[in-house]
Design a protein around this ligand. Sequence first.
Ligand code: SF4
Length: 697
Amino acid sequence: VIDHGVPEHAIVTTCAYCGVGCSFRAEMKGSQVIRMVPHKDGKANHGHSCVKGRFAFGYATHKDRITKPMIRKSIKDHWQEVSWEEAINYAASELKRIQAEHGKDAIGGITSSRCTNEETYLVQKLIRAGFGNNNVDTCARVCHSPTGYGLKQTFGESSGTQNFDSVMKADVIMVIGANPTDGHPVFGSLMKKRLRQGAKLIVVDPREIDLVRNSPHVKADYHLKLRPSTNVAIINAIAHVVVTENFVDEEFVKFRCDVGSFNKWRNFIADTRHAPEATESITGVPAADIRAAARLYAGAKNGAIYYGLGVTEHSQGSTMVIGIANLAMATGNLGREGVGVNPLRGQNNVQGSCDMGSFPHEYPGYRHVSDKATRELFEKDWGVKLQPEPGLRIPNMFDAASDGSFLGLYVEGEDIAQSDPDIQHVHHALRSMECVIVQDLFLNETAKFAHVFLPGSSFLEKNGTFTNAERRISPVRKVMPPLAGHEDWEITQMLSNALGYPMNYSHPSEIMDEIARLTPTFTGVSFEKIDQLGSIQWPCNEHAPQGTPTMHEETFMRDNGKGLFMLTEFVPTHEKVTQKFPLILTTGRILSQYNVGAQTRRTENNVWHAEDLLEIHPHDAEDRGINDRDWIGIKSRAGETVLRAKISERVQPGVVYTTFHFPESGANVITTDNSDWATNCPEYKVTAVQVAKVSHT
Ligand code: SF4
């Protein structure tokens, strides 16, 4: 910790980075933050934090912050600073013009998991009520949308089942496609504590993550080092062992699940094509290891599954989430502490942004826009007629922009020009639009295509709430005034008023009151209660006034209360390795950096990690004459970029790996437009590439 003096007072707030959602005391001297200290009463972190959260305040006052609204007629022009009134009126008049000329569906908006619940709620309300369409989406589209889909289908609710502390009751922990040490460090430490106490560990990952053998006193009992893109084959093989070796919890299935769906699934999964021996050639994992790992998980008193983007960001991301849910139900590992299906969310408010109705097909609380009763509820409260058809998803917006039918976009807190796949297509779409409005802290990559820039507020400059990966709604509290004069929710409100749809909130607590009024799982939530309890896990309503640490204890959230089994046929990805593209590129995170790095690169975190590297196996490196730190050209079917090499046995032969925190490395220049069949979540984790040593300065 860098000591900047003695604090005069402290304000408790929540980290704005990962889905752990650590509670912090922002220690202040006057109106200046001098230290962020992890809060010992924080229920998600119990006084712990990682290096990202501790130094997060660095970006809030960074010199790159934009503090004045700006407009320009063309993206070739220079920005002009204008008053808030002029910027908002210009943005509104352009959006109205586009709708008058091209129809009401020609505009839309994208919100972000970095925004608070209240901000996200307001953006989707602006679009549904103010724009008059459902063209709203969130960056969760590109990370955990398959979680939303898969868990809603099977369990009836789009959320993880446990609180973090539940891991301390797990006997066997299965980590699939996640790297908690780097991605969710505070939870990763808690998991390691449980492992040091003797819990067993199964890691399913193409790469040797830290948990496999590099953490002190922690070593995976089984590392199923599968080929990227073969998740579904391996989860089916594990389930096959459960079903054919009598590990099914018949009691749980009989009383808690839809038995008809289970019987169909049992017949499907018992087929010998799913046997570990039959899938060995697909996954590359020895059948004996799959059998042993399956027996370990299924035989546990409490078996818990934790997963990340290595599950969701695939063409079968939703299928894999369903496969995990099937496995947990079949083994009775749900509805109590120590078990469950636990998505580790990348961003602080992924859960919240999905809860708040920022998908084009769902209102807050995951209710479909075609549901008449729900629509009428919102129509009555909002005083407008709402559209019954789902709107455009992010990739559909880009496609429509490229063909000239989508021309106006409002983007709050999301850098789509850097973080979305097949960047060339995204850039072309943005260039084709007539009015792009970016609301952000910095002139990010997307702002290069913008006509209006509305300077946003950091997490230290606003009031609101974030919802972490365990459904915990935690307070975000203003510790200093917004540098640009307005909190983000106020900017959205100004835009709505200028468009002619009146909003008149005086504080975000009023927005939360509206959310609670309209959302059955939130009816007991208020700022007052959050301040009293410190945080609340939804569902919080008349059945659970203090919130719900463990989901599905008595019944599932589906209409009939029963868990649904679904069939999970393995379908190989379209992204094939060939002679021309012989290696598979997969991606992940590093501890000191956060996503596209717009924030962490502007903090002291850069001391630890200042560039993205390409990990390559020694055999593949030797074949190509590549040495450590050589510059490597990487080419895919979508594009090409250059990175430095890091020779490492953590990756298997045939697989290369990189992080995606620095815009200059351009990881998304090479990712393709393949996506999940159900949700369009991009297949970031599988890109066929060729690599070769290049000279580069
Ligand atoms: Fe906690 Fe995640 Fe923030 Fe680190 S980045 S302090 S683990 S919330």
